[in-house]
Ligand binder design. Structure first.
Ligand SMILES: [Zn+2]
Length: 311
């Protein structure tokens, strides 16, 4: 319903001229922006980027460089994709290559090394969990016996808790699924891009592979040494694979509650930039707390223009 309303409210933005007028009105003196994508179809992605013309994508490095030097970044934006799902990276990389669009892919390296992403596990639970009892720790929270509430509870944990607590909770329900059925195994979860594919794509300088941590854990839940490990090890792993410099970090989950002062401090030691999922443009921005505008498969062209104009 909310989505329907938003799409309805954004109808005038179906017209390109209204989009251009509002871009000029609202953003006459303001900056470029970074777009953030997760899983979406290549044709949707291509249509969304084309809808932002006359704005054009430039590389994240160039956008930041111009911004730091005080050069104009009006009508400029950078494209980023989070999480390294094989199909998403390959399909959308083809679109970028075809259109000559620079793109940054943020990789959580444990995922490429065979671990499943925590939120993929929750999607799996949401899809396959049938009859269940609650684990000892949450057994008094009876509302979690409704699966929708349980999925929300587990998802909320991801944004603030460390991997030990997240895994304890998630693994219990994964075990319930595997005890109840045959063949409901992790192979059904989305596959990560392989290192060989990363290496191959990274030969093309339109692409850039940057760090999205090792384990995709909320940074606010980590100690200083854990942060250092998540950031520095993932940076080295990607640099070793691509032979190119990793200078940007993307905070897992990217929300205010997933990022604390300590994580910003540690990120600023090892990276030139760090990106969040807090919506906004480059304007009086901390380079290690960069806003992005997140776009999704279900966002219509007019809604994309509205979102970008109002960010
Ligand atoms: Zn992510």
């Amino acid at each position: 319903m909310i989505r329907l309303f938003k799409n309805f409210a954004s109808l005038p933005y179906y017209s390109k001229s209204i989009f251009n007028i509002s871009e000029n009105l609202f953003h006459k003196f303001s900056g470029g922006y970074i777009l953030s994508f997760h899983d979406l179809l290549p044709q949707t992605f291509e249509a969304q980027i084309n809808s932002l013309k006359p704005s054009e994508p430039i590389s994240l490095d160039e956008l930041i460089q111009r911004y730091k030097l005080g050069k104009s970044i009006k009508n400029c934006f950078a494209i980023t994709f989070d999480d390294g799902v094989e199909k998403t990276v390959l399909d959308n990389w083809n679109i970028c290559k075809k259109n000559n669009w620079p793109v940054t892919f943020y990789l959580p390296t444990d995922y490429l090394n065979g671990e499943n992403l925590p939120y993929h596990k929750i999607q799996f639970i949401s899809k396959y969990l049938e009859k269940y009892e609650l684990s000892e720790k949450i057994k008094d929270n009876k509302k979690l016996l409704i699966k929708k509430n349980l999925v929300k509870y587990l998802t909320d944990l991801l944004y603030v808790e460390n991997s030990q607590i997240v895994n304890e909770n998630i693994n219990y329900f994964l075990k319930v699924i595997s005890n109840n059925s045959f063949q409901k195994n992790k192979n059904i979860m989305p596959k990560a891009i392989s290192w060989a594919q990363v290496k191959d794509i990274s030969k093309n300088l339109l692409s850039s592979f940057q760090s999205h941590s090792l384990s995709h854990t909320a940074c606010s839940s980590l100690t200083e040494s854990e942060l250092k490990n998540e950031m520095l090890s993932s940076k080295r792993i990607i640099e070793d694979s691509t032979g190119r410099k990793v200078n940007s970090f993307c905070y897992p989950y990217g929300s205010k509650k997933s990022i604390n002062e300590l994580s910003i401090n540690v990120a600023s030691k090892y990276f030139d930039t760090a990106t969040t999922l807090i919506r906004g443009r480059l304007k009086n921005t901390n380079l290690h707390y960069l806003p992005r505008i997140d776009l999704y498969e279900e966002n219509t062209i007019s809604f994309v223009r509205l979102k970008v104009s109002l960010s």
